[in-house]
Design a protein around this ligand. Structure first.
Ligand code: HAM
Length: 431
């Protein structure tokens, strides 16, 4: 039998999960700081949710969704992103009625896209995302962007680039769309069949086509910036103003359109500028989606959010050569030599764990020396040795690995002694 993980997926092994947990902890901490609360939605949804929100002319919907028929003949889709589900839940659970608005949500979990696998691009990846629903204040656009930046900065990343753009409101986009159609129509036969279909339905999508991206008409395409109406332009100015207040440097890129249909006004991406990061440099993307809540059957509640994959965050940390120390440590390694002492070791290991002291012991009846090596590898702070002599004295030998000092401690005061020594050790480390 030669069964491997499916293409585009990966096992995250015990040697790696420490990093994942550290990053996840950092993210949850930031969300607490900013008062975003976690929401957990199903991994699959009705397919229609994504066709209606992400948009049926997007690459995601047309080419990348894992869609299947269940036994009841419903069309279901493994979620390719989290915004649609968060907004569905917002509507379904009438969160617009919550006393505190905007409703600030975050999620962290696997997403699925049938994409060509390459470094930083997977078919199953973990997205952390936030959504602030119920406010059209440009200050919250800046808050959302600042949370994303703050996660990266706290992860030690320095080589970051924030790119923003405004996609304007509906009116601005309608006039831009007309200009795009006139621009591409005379040469549309030079474009791929997807783009030909997109021309009348959604010409903006032509701009992020992966097949035709080098066509000369792409460069000269009319820019949305020239079609922003007064209101949209004023909104964008305010977002920039708030970013400046927060001291967050940004670049305006009028070609940033994002690959999902629900966006309007603010759109942004954060890239890694680290050398050797690879071809895909986008770490996170997001934007405003006023109108989406209504589209999914709710009231007129404006929203904004972003998402980032944990995989790319970890790649960026690596590219900047940041070291993440594995925080998992062991307090005590218990060694019982001989049958009677082994019984005591089993009992003590259990008692230590009950006292919230991390403890490990040997289950292979290995020699003392080998067990000591294990204790070293596991970075144990203390080793507890019980042999026949110790057992007779109702005591165990407590050894501090860093200094090598050891004392015979009676079983009755063992837990207290370990706790006291641990506290002392921590105090010394913090000095
Ligand atoms: P997105 O730009 O499609 O936006 O994805 C956001 C982030 O998810 C990307 O920047 C990247 O970090 C990660 N990502 C996407 N596809 C893959 C992949 N195949 N492999 C690894 N990572 C990937 C959204 O999903 C929107 N829902 C973001 C949003 C939230 N907008 C408003 N609220």
């Amino acid at each position: 039998m030669d069964i491997k993980v499916p293409r585009g997926t990966q096992d995250i092994l015990p040697t790696e999960t420490g990093k994942w947990q550290a990053v996840e902890e950092l993210i949850r901490e930031q969300c607490r700081m900013y008062q975003y609360k976690e929401i957990r939605t199903p991994v699959f949804e009705h397919t229609e949710l994504f066709t209606r929100s992400v948009g049926d002319t997007t690459d995601i919907v047309q080419k990348e969704m894992y869609t299947f028929q269940d036994r009841g003949n419903r069309s279901l889709t493994l979620r390719p992103e989290g915004t649609a589900s968060a907004v569905r839940a917002f509507v379904e659970h009438k969160m617009f009625g919550y006393p505190d608005q905007p409703v600030k949500l975050y999620y962290m979990g696997p997403m699925f896209r049938y994409e060509r696998q390459q470094a930083g691009r997977y078919r199953q990846f973990v997205q952390f995302g936030i959504e602030a629903i119920g406010s059209a204040d440009p200050a919250i656009d800046a808050e959302v962007i600042s949370l994303a930046m703050s996660v990266y900065q706290n992860a030690g990343l320095k080589k970051l680039k924030l790119v923003i753009n405004s996609l304007g409101d509906k009116e601005s986009r309608v006039s831009h769309k007309t200009a795009l159609v006139s621009h591409f129509e005379p040469h549309i036969e030079e474009f791929c069949s997807d783009c030909q279909n997109r021309l009348q339905k959604n010409p903006l999508r032509i701009l992020d086509c992966k097949v035709d991206r080098n066509h000369p008409l792409m460069e000269t395409a009319p820019s949305l910036a020239d079609f922003l109406n007064e209101e949209s332009a004023a909104y964008f100015e305010k977002v920039k103003e708030y970013l400046t207040i927060l001291n967050i440097p940004f670049e305006v890129d009028p070609n940033l359109v994002r690959g999902l249909d629900y966006y309007n006004h603010t759109a942004f991406e954060i890239m890694s500028a680290a050398e050797g990061f690879g071809a895909i440099t986008t770490l996170a993307g997001g934007g405003r989606y006023n109108g989406l809540v209504e589209e999914l059957g709710g009231p007129d509640a404006p929203g904004i959010g972003f998402a980032m994959s944990i995989e790319r965050l970890l790649l960026a940390i690596e590219a900047e050569n940041n070291v993440w120390s594995d925080k998992s440590t062991l307090d005590v390694y218990v060694i019982g030599l001989g049958e009677a002492a082994k019984k005591k070791a089993v009992e003590l290991t259990y008692q230590l764990r009950q006292e919230k002291i991390t403890a490990e012991m040997d289950y292979l009846d290995r020699k003392m020396k080998t067990q000591m090596k294990s204790a070293d590898r596991l970075k144990a702070k203390f080793v507890l040795v019980i042999g026949d002599d110790e057992l007779e004295k109702e005591s165990a030998m407590l050894k501090e690995l860093a200094t090598g000092t050891q004392n015979l401690v009676p079983f009755s005061s063992l837990i207290d002694q370990i706790k006291t020594s641990s506290t002392q050790l921590e105090a010394e480390e913090n000095e």
